[in-house]
Write a protein that binds this ligand. Structure first.
Ligand SMILES: [Fe+2]
Ligand SMILES: [Fe+2]
Length: 273
């Protein structure tokens, strides 16, 4: 019996394996394929089918194309899970989300998630936060953009200005990131941080227009780390600017986009590195 819903592109054969065809490997439904086990050669040996009806119909369609994940026909059907994630799979799922973050970096040929994570850790450490908070913020920073897996690649790497429709899709990515983290209960406390990483201190950010201290501290930290990384590393769609110019931009947006206290800590760190 086929255990996938009729509107899914996933079909099973007589052995309950995913059918190997291009249609199955492309992503055309409100589901998401995620590699859940990575072997020593860094190859996926399992797939997690994430079913989320809240994903938009017009959202990401070609997961393989977007992430560049090394899916190959022989992997399809190695192991397929559908439905609720089991507690024993939580760690694998968390690991899969790391791999998703790496895949998105590969998509625009950057190391943005690791860079953001590193700067966020340095800021949190210098602010004297607890080890627990520092670990949470570091992990949230690593995963902050995983929701971009649901944004079409053409928009993600577009060099020119985005249309208002494209912006509307981009602005959903923090919510998508938080949604993708839902199955991993160990990440529950990180989700509000990730969801708020594009909120602005003056309330003019997205997705919820939070302002000031209503934005979780972790998100205010990641916002500065994220912006600094975005400005200073090469992306396929944008040239980097100098560290001096990036510092000026942080100062210019302190109190409007960024928490002034976080900017001042970041400038401190940059002055000694
Ligand atoms: Fe983002
Ligand atoms: Fe980012």
């Amino acid at each position: 019996m086929n255990k996938y819903p009729p509107d899914s592109n996933f079909q099973t054969d007589g052995h309950n394996r995913l059918v190997e065809n291009q249609q199955a490997l492309n992503f055309h439904s409100n589901s998401l394929l995620i590699p859940i086990e990575i072997n020593s050669q860094d190859k996926s040996v399992g797939l997690f089918v994430f079913d989320n009806l809240s994903l938009p119909v017009g959202g990401q369609k070609h997961f393989v194309d977007i992430t560049g994940s090394p899916f190959s026909p022989e992997l399809a059907g190695a192991k397929v899970f559908y439905g609720k994630i089991l507690p024993s799979m939580q760690k694998n799922y968390e690991y899969a989300l790391h791999k998703l973050a790496d895949s998105i970096d590969r998509c625009d040929k950057s190391i943005h998630s690791d860079e953001t994570s590193l700067w966020a850790l340095r800021i949190a450490d210098r602010m004297g936060l607890s080890l627990e908070q520092i670990k949470e913020i570091k992990l949230a920073a690593k995963l902050h953009d995983i929701g971009k897996a649901i944004v079409p690649k053409a928009i993600l790497i577009k060099p020119g200005p985005l249309t208002s429709e494209e912006w509307e899709i981009i602005r959903r990515h923090p919510t998508y990131s938080a949604t993708l983290m839902e199955p991993a209960k160990s990440l529950d406390t990180l989700r509000p941080i990730v969801q708020a990483h594009h909120e602005h201190y003056n309330g003019r950010g997205y997705p919820n227009g939070l302002s000031g201290k209503n934005i979780p501290l972790g998100a205010r930290i990641i916002s500065v780390a994220d912006a600094f990384s975005t400005m200073t590393i090469r992306r396929v769609y944008r040239k980097p600017i100098s560290i001096a110019d990036a510092k000026k931009e942080l100062v210019r947006c302190s109190g409007t986009q960024f928490d002034p206290q976080v900017v001042s800590i970041m400038l401190d760190i940059l002055s000694i590195t």
